[in-house]
Design a protein around this ligand. Structure first.
Ligand code: GLU
Length: 490
């Protein structure tokens, strides 16, 4: 039975890299008819940021990835917030000490600092481990009586790494990794405030929550050997691991950061965070596009296909399709995915979108559906709706260059004909045929006819289908605009 978890730390908004980790976990669970768990890793009180957990929950829901187990909906392996599991960690740390896999350390901050300075002076990086642990104050060097006394004060618990061993770990993306245990230090597992460190809580919880596959960002790969040692010390079977490639800056140089987004004007968060920069949702992306784009950041199904709904992905996703190298973030690509999905989304669904409702507020509700159908193909994000529809409220100022291009006798003749046709027809749509055959007969180029008509209605030479615009504006408004334009030319 596949069980995976997304285990964010609530230290701020979820970066799209984190959202991709959530997605790959979710997909691996769905593909294998398993369970997708949300676990909040909030043991580091100093980094805790109010509002992050609800942000994470909302971002997952927006994308349609509802956890099967988690703080919001419970489950049989809770609690799902690490801060509520303190007693569990205490029990397991005691067990590990008893087993000889960990030990108490009583060194003061000052003595550690002194030791660190000394190493650095001789050009070495300080490590508290098998080579020098005998030089410090800990339960391996003090007598049982001294330990009993010392334990009344502050202490930490450290992992006891055995010297001279080769730690072997497997990663589904990178393959086998070997690390010499002499390179590892005796990491702190329990801090002096009684809280476990990330490493300890993470391993204990993955074990107790019966996680079968750990899928997380590549930045955790260096911690894997140490996690393996914790599993070994408990004599637990470790889950399988998969570390996802980094998401790189658009130029491919280094990890994508919040600053890159600010500098270049694209979002790096799914949703708006507090008063800060808007997220993909607020920038006018559909969640379907967010999911589709994220899936392509470091994964493919081996074909050329780049179009996937969440449902498709639940079928198609396979860990073997995850690439090793970093995945370059490409905002234009994200926009074009959104564009395709907007085109394919029925207007009836789009008018339910909160952002759409806000952007169309100046138009009567009865027009929304037609309006969306008219401009949908021109949208890259929903935000483009504003730009694509304002001319319906008032034409853009006439574009000077276009005016120069079409000015002349034929334009005036064409405009007069358009006025005459509009006057005797109820709908703008029905004048099309007559206008075209008239132009042919009079040998007035269709380009001139259409461009002068378009300039009158829109103010520019670009925009959606002209006769559709005409229908939407209605006979009176269309007539007035063509007459105004003719006046302007005169
Ligand atoms: N809490 C860690 C993070 O914020 C989780 C890493 C893991 O999945 O093990 O990334």
């Amino acid at each position: 039975m596949t069980r995976v978890r997304f285990a964010p730390s609530p230290t701020g908004p979820l970066h799209i890299g984190g959202l991709r980790t959530a997605l790959f976990n979710y997909l691996h669970a769905r593909k294998n008819k398993g369970t997708f768990i949300l676990r909040v890793e909030d043991t580091d009180q100093n980094r805790y940021v109010e509002g992050s957990e609800s942000y994470i929950q909302e971002a997952l829901e927006w994308c349609g990835m509802i956890p099967d187990e988690g703080p919001a909906n419970g489950g049989n392996f809770g609690p799902y917030r690490q801060s509520e599991r303190k007693a569990i960690y205490k029990k397991y740390i005691d067990e590990l000490i008893k087993k000889g896999g960990a030990y108490y350390a009583f060194d003061s901050a000052d003595s550690l600092k002194e030791a660190r300075n000394k190493s650095e002076k001789s050009g070495e990086t300080f490590k508290y481990g098998s080579q020098n642990r005998h030089l410090f104050q800990n339960s391996l060097t003090l007598s049982p009586k001294e330990v009993e006394e010392a334990i009344k004060g502050d202490y930490v618990v450290r992992l006891k790494v055995s010297p001279g061993a080769v730690v072997q770990v497997e990663d589904l993306v990178r393959g086998t990794v070997h690390v010499d245990s002499d390179l590892l230090d005796d990491k702190i597992l329990m801090k002096s405030d009684g809280m476990p460190t990330y490493h300890f809580a993470n391993v204990v919880d993955d074990h107790l929550m019966k996680i079968t596959t750990v899928i997380r960002g590549e930045e955790w790969l260096p911690s894997l050997p140490m996690h393996q040692l914790i599993y070994d010390a408990f004599e637990w079977k470790a889950p399988e691991f998969m570390h996802l490639p980094l998401i790189l800056k658009p130029n491919g140089k280094g990890k994508l950061s919040k600053r890159d987004g600010e500098k270049e004007g694209f979002p790096v968060f799914p949703l708006q965070w507090k008063e800060e920069t808007p997220g993909f949702r607020e920038m006018g992306f559909l969640p379907e596009a967010m999911v589709n784009y994220l899936a392509l950041l470091g994964w493919n199904d081996g074909s050329e296909n780049e179009r996937f709904s969440l449902k498709d992905l639940e079928e198609a996703f396979d860990v073997s399709g995850v690439q090793k190298g970093g995945a370059r973030f490409d905002y234009e690509k994200a926009r074009s995915v959104n564009h395709q999905i907007l085109i394919d989304t029925p207007s009836e669904l789009l008018i339910e979108n909160e952002l759409v409702k806000r952007l169309l507020v100046e138009f009567p509700k009865e027009q929304w559906l037609d309006l969306l159908s008219l401009v949908k193909e021109r949208l890259y994000t929903l935000m483009d709706l504003k730009e694509e529809t304002t001319f319906l409220l008032r034409p853009h100022p006439y574009d000077e260059k276009s005016l120069l291009k079409i000015r002349g006798e034929k334009t005036v003749t064409a405009l007069k004909k358009i006025i005459a046709l509009l006057e005797k027809n109820d709908s703008g749509k029905s004048i099309k045929e007559e206008l075209f055959s008239w132009a042919k007969e009079k040998e007035i180029p269709l380009g001139i006819v259409m461009q002068s008509f378009r300039l009158s209605l829109v103010g520019r030479l670009t925009g959606p289908d002209l006769f559709e615009i005409c229908a939407l504006l209605g006979k009176n408004v269309s007539l007035k605009r063509v007459k105004d334009f003719l006046n302007h030319l005169n």
